[in-house]
Design a protein around this ligand. Structure first.
Ligand SMILES: Nc1ncnc2c1ncn2[C@@H]1O[C@H](COP(=O)(O)OP(=O)(O)OP(=O)(O)O)[C@@H](O)[C@H]1O
Ligand SMILES: [Mg+2]
Length: 264
């Protein structure tokens, strides 16, 4: 469903600030794979997701989604079939628009028709049913402005929007990191449900090693722009946090004590 072939990305190339963010990443993702992604600060996790979404052009290599080479396709075109949720709950939704208008934007993504005809009755029914599954009571507030919602509610809504038109690839970049623990657990649970229900091919970045082990069927660890560990199936299920810490320590040569992944 997704393939990265030796993808490289350097920011500020040939300047004093040159930063090699991805140093030749190759990855083959099968349909329905749910991959958790861990790694220290600056390892290249967000960059990898941004490149899959088409936010920046890559320096070399290739990206294929569902067998199609999308390397040169811009992000707004990929948005029709790549769903994403960021860390910041403010980013995935439009605060000044109503809940149902936000859902309509997501529902019509990649289709020609804009918002000009308003939200139809039939659509309202679809959104009502979808919102119910969140169990946050948002289905009773469909014309409320999204800016009135809490961070957790907005993140749940963003997740729903990202999966409303079953995406070929779902990208989650620490999407629960800015939420309080209880809300984070709720949104994580919702993630599992939505991914499971639609069998979504997903990549989820987290700095929580327990979550990385518990969720998904495959785990990759990144370090300095490379994938240094890739484990799936039974071997992944047997992993312990201590195993991941040992891997990480080995890769980083002990310079990990202050890393967010460790602190978590
Ligand atoms: N838009 C950008 N412009 C310049 N440098 C960037 C940009 N995005 C990322 N980088 C750099 O690329 C490297 C990888 O960053 P990235 O954000 O992918 O790391 P990360 O693994 O997501 O880290 P974190 O856990 O802190 O979120 C870092 O050195 C970062 O400073
Ligand atoms: Mg990041």
């Amino acid at each position: 469903m997704l393939e990265l072939k030796n993808v490289r990305k350097t920011f500020f190339r040939r300047t004093i600030n040159e930063k090699k963010a991805l140093d030749g990443i190759s990855l083959k993702v099968a349909p329905g794979d749910f991959i958790t992604v861990i790694g220290g600060n600056g390892a290249g996790k967000s960059t990898a997701l941004n490149l899959i979404a088409g936010v920046y052009p890559i320096d070399s290599g290739a990206i294929l989604i569902d067998g199609k080479n999308v390397t040169r396709q811009p992000d707004y075109k990929r948005a029709a079939y790549v769903g994403r949720v960021f860390q910041d709950p403010m980013m995935g939704t439009a605060a000044d628009m109503e809940i149902e208008e936000n859902l309509a934007m997501a529902y019509r993504r990649g289709k020609r028709r804009g918002l000009s005809w308003g939200v139809t009755h039939k659509e309202k029914e679809i959104y009502h049913e979808a919102l119910k599954t969140l169990e946050l009571g948002l289905e009773e507030r469909m014309t409320a402005r999204v800016g009135l919602l809490s961070g957790g509610q907005r993140q749940a809504l963003t997740l729903l929007m990202a999966t409303l038109q079953k995406p070929k690839v779902l990208l989650l970049d620490e999407h629960t990191a800015a939420l309080d623990p209880k809300t984070a657990a709720k949104v994580l649970h919702l993630t599992e449900e939505l991914v499971g229900k639609h069998q979504l091919t997903s990549l989820m970045v987290t700095h929580n090693m327990k979550d990385a082990i518990r969720l998904g069927n495959r785990l990759i660890m990144m370090h300095e722009g490379q994938i240094i560990y890739d484990v799936a199936g039974e071997a992944k299920k047997k992993l312990k946090v201590a195993d991941l810490m040992a891997k990480f320590e080995e890769a980083s040569g002990g310079e990990f004590a202050n890393d967010r992944m460790m602190l978590a």
